[in-house]
Ligand binder design. Structure first.
Ligand code: FCB
Length: 556
């Protein structure tokens, strides 16, 4: 049966709503914030030009269709990563933190070459993944050539399949020696076994140096096939989890102590590591593999939220909440890029950059945008020190959590709401704030066990991206998170983000409806009106069947 006829009642409801939205638009002839369907029927196809440069002016108007992953989340057992030590059960000598032991993850190391076939099957033109620093350099300055040979083979296979690699250097994980989660006090100061991590007065500069060396090594070995490099993944999000609340290794909790004194130096060092890596890549990558005039196109990826002003569990227009929302959006969505572009960090988080870091300037060729959730923020009772606000995170509701726009938008496995039009909102906002910076959606997706829901998320994301592009925002691609199910950090294996679902007994990968639909789009280089009618719009989605009381996902 053709895809557009295989619909459940919710998808039909979605189509009815999309149609209604289109008619309303046609009648009113005015732009609505929420509607995505253009004022024509049937829904027009959205065509995609060939993939091209992420950074050069010649790439403007091009579009990539890809998938993303990260090494720690997929690769087989690697005792040299901090996540291994952090999540390994106490009975086996680990720290027993997080929901589950990372163990063999999704066996994405031993199956890496086979997994290229999954990308191929969908006809994707690009794959964003990370190379595990701890695997390449398990001990300080000791390089594992076998690990490099593995990534070398993977790159060959990708290039042969016509799939452009986008390589992330640092995606939420460290070699243990960088900041040993078992010895966060770092009593004896930095040494080869423990550099004490970002933010440490003596260790921080050493970590930055190591990051640059690592970047230079990868560029020298792989620069002939890789042009697109991402230095950091979601700096603010990562640092909050790893150094702010201690949910990720190294497990430091600056937020509970001295936010400015402890957290800001970590952020400063992390950004300096980005700049050092940028320069190292630019110097050591000498081959212009994609012919865009630059051998290395270097960006970083940013976690962005669709933040809503809230009070007493409802959206609010109280100026106190609106200002709290703006402060949250600024710190979470803007501050890092402001600092890198301007060469100045807002070190007291007051909205005005004050700490001169001139080395940051000129170190961003493209910006990755990663969108997952809509969440409330209130100014009523500031849980977060200095910023004087309380966000709704992790379902923790101190009045900031708002009901989802539709109950089916809830993502119970992650306790947040996925609101597709939020992607348009953040792209428009970033496009307006950083008009010179090419954007690419390097991650977006949903934790679900329902293939139709994933297909809806794919189609709706592409519609929202098109809406932003139609209004002049330079967005050059969409990478679905994730290629297949994997280890979702502190949450363990329960959330299923994969286009392919993984059977954790046999490690077999099976295509979901999401993979079928993204594949149809990628192979045809078009999102057809039929697919839009079946999965698109902004109406209710197919529900997550086992989730009772879906409306509780936002903490309500
Ligand atoms: C992002 C991370 C990615 C994955 C998704 C669900 O914040 O970059 O590794 O965990 O969330």
């Amino acid at each position: 049966m053709p895809a557009h006829r295989r619909r459940g009642p919710a998808a039909r409801r979605g189509r009815a709503l999309a149609t209604l939205a289109a008619l309303t638009l046609a009648a009113a002839a005015c732009a609505s914030e929420e509607a995505v369907a253009p004022a024509q029927l049937p829904l027009p196809d959205i065509g995609y030009g060939a993939p091209d440069s992420l950074a050069a002016p010649s790439g403007k108007g091009s579009f990539r269709l890809g998938a993303a992953s990260a090494a720690t989340q997929i690769e087989d057992s690697n005792p040299a990563t901090d996540w291994y030590v952090f999540t390994r059960p106490k009975a086996e000598g680990g720290m027993g933190r997080g929901a589950e032991f990372v163990g063999d993850a999704s066996r994405g190391f031993s199956k890496a070459l086979e997994d290229v076939a999954l990308l191929r099957e969908m006809g994707l033109d690009s794959y964003r993944f990370s190379m595990e620093w701890a695997r390449i350099e398990p001990r300080r300055d000791v390089i594992d050539e076998e690990a490099l040979a593995h990534y070398d083979r993977l790159l060959d296979a990708l290039v042969e399949a016509g799939i452009r690699p986008v390589v992330t250097l640092h995606h939420f994980s460290n070699p243990v020696w960088l900041d040993d989660p078992r010895h966060t006090g770092c009593a004896s100061g930095p040494g080869d076994d423990n550099l004490c991590g970002f933010g440490h007065p003596e260790g921080g500069p050493l970590v930055i140096e190591e990051m640059a060396e690592h970047a230079a090594l990868l560029a020298a070995r792989f620069g002939d096939r890789v042009d697109d490099w991402g230095t950091l993944n979601e700096p603010f999000n990562y640092l909050l989890a790893a150094y702010g609340v201690g949910a990720f290794p190294p497990g430091k909790s600056a937020l509970l102590g001295d936010l400015l004194g402890e957290f800001v130096p970590v952020l400063r060092d992390y950004l300096l590591a980005h700049a050092a890596a940028y320069r190292a890549l630019a110097e050591a990558d000498t081959v212009d593999a994609d012919g865009d005039g630059e051998a290395a196109d270097v960006g970083l990826t940013l976690s962005v939220g669709d933040w809503v002003a809230a009070r007493n569990h409802q959206p609010s227009d109280d100026p106190e909440d609106v200002e709290a929302r703006d402060r949250m959006a600024y710190v979470y969505n803007h501050l890092v890029v402001d600092a890198v572009l301007g060469g100045r960090l807002d070190s007291d988080l007051d909205g005005e950059p004050d700490l001169e870091l001139p080395g940051l300037r000129g170190t961003l060729d493209w910006l990755g945008v990663q969108y997952y959730f809509r969440a409330g923020v209130t100014g009523d009772g500031g849980l977060v020190p200095v910023l004087n606000l309380t966000p709704c995170v992790n379902g923790l509701d101190f009045g900031a959590c708002v009901p989802p726009v539709d109950p089916t938008f809830c993502v119970p496995a992650m306790r947040y709401e996925h609101h597709a039009p939020g992607l348009y909102t953040v792209l428009k906002d970033l496009g307006a704030r950083f008009p010179e910076l090419p954007l690419v959606v390097t991650e977006s997706g949903i934790a679900t066990r329902v293939g139709e829901r994933r297909a809806e998320v794919v189609v709706r994301a592409l519609e929202q991206i098109e809406r932003a592009r139609g209004e002049g925002v330079d967005v050059r691609g969409y990478y679905h998170w994730s290629l297949y199910d994997n280890f979702e950090w502190a949450e363990g294996f329960a959330p299923r983000f994969g286009l392919y679902t993984v059977d954790y007994g046999s490690y077999e990968r099976t295509a979901t409806k999401g993979a079928e639909v993204l594949g149809e789009i990628a192979r045809g280089r078009a999102l057809t009106g039929a697919l839009r009618a079946a999965y698109g719009g902004d109406g209710p989605m197919t529900p997550e069947p086992e989730a009772e009381g879906l409306e509780r996902c936002n903490g309500n």
